[in-house]
Design a protein around this ligand. Structure first.
Ligand SMILES: [Zn+2]
Length: 264
């Protein structure tokens, strides 16, 4: 009766850790104090590159997360639930970090993984994974990777039931795969909403997609693979070449829908 289960006792601690981890600190970025190391970084600081499309369309690789901080200022970040709580009784609940262990002669060596999604709800999205021996560095790494992986999502209205020519859905069907998980995103008419699993909903919201239908196959409870599959599908919205006439007929918006006039 008297002895307390160590796993259960550790649980509040774990919850506390998770709450702490969920609060992603909003750093105010100091542009003057930043010392760019790459050529693109220097051009961004000097003001030669004003739009992130210039970098992404040119097929250049972003090596410094500060570039994204400057060019896409209104980014939001959120942790994905990729792990689960351990333990017999309270175990199984979803956690924002995935904990794994390696058995060594000295004892168990834990390792933590996190996954962050960032987006401005208007065509820009990034998904990053980070692993570390501690939870907070894992989150920092994930945030950095998410910024480096930023993508320009092509949106449009590809549904034949709707001819509004506004970028509220996607222009064509895309499919993605990761592990056993296969996911298919289908353009939907206006007012449908996101008919998809909740984690994917979060990602699509961050990309600025409002209406979608979807089908999925495989072990979708393995969230890490589900996220991988949707990332794979969304990548096809970035890499697919579209005829210039389709831009008008499908109402495609590359990246931000509201283009500031006089930008170029
Ligand atoms: Zn439409």
């Amino acid at each position: 009766m008297a002895d307390i289960d160590p796993v259960k006792a550790a649980l509040p601690e774990e919850l506390e850790l998770e709450a702490k981890l969920k609060e992603i600190p909003k750093k105010t970025f100091d542009k003057e104090g930043w010392n760019p190391k790459t050529g693109i970084g220097k051009k961004v600081k000097s003001g030669e590159i004003k739009d992130i499309s210039q970098i992404l369309d040119g097929g250049l690789k972003i090596m410094e997360p500060e570039i994204v901080d400057i060019l896409v200022p209104n980014l939001e970040a959120d942790l994905m639930f990729i792990g689960q709580a351990k333990g017999k009784f309270g175990g199984g609940q979803r956690r924002v970090f995935r904990q794994t262990q390696k058995k060594t002669a000295e004892g168990n060596k834990p390792n933590f993984a996190t996954c962050i999604v960032i987006g401005n709800r208007d065509g820009f999205l990034g998904i990053g994974n980070g692993k570390s021996k501690e939870t907070v560095p894992a989150r920092e790494k994930a945030l950095r990777n998410a910024k480096l992986n930023i993508m320009k999502i092509m949106r449009g209205c590809g549904s034949w039931q709707c001819s509004c020519k506004e970028p509220h859905s996607i222009p064509f069907i895309v499919e993605g795969k990761c592990g056993s998980v296969k996911i298919k995103l289908i353009p939907a008419p206006k007012g449908t909403g996101l008919k998809i699993q909740n984690d994917c909903k979060k990602i699509l919201n961050f990309a600025g997609i409002k209406d979608i239908w979807s089908t999925s196959r495989g072990q979708t409870r393995t969230t890490i693979n589900l996220i991988g599959a949707i990332e794979d599908a969304l990548k096809k919205l970035v890499t697919t070449k579209v005829k210039s006439s389709a831009y008008e007929s499908l109402g495609i918006a590359d990246g931000a829908a509201k283009k500031e006039s006089g930008a170029d």
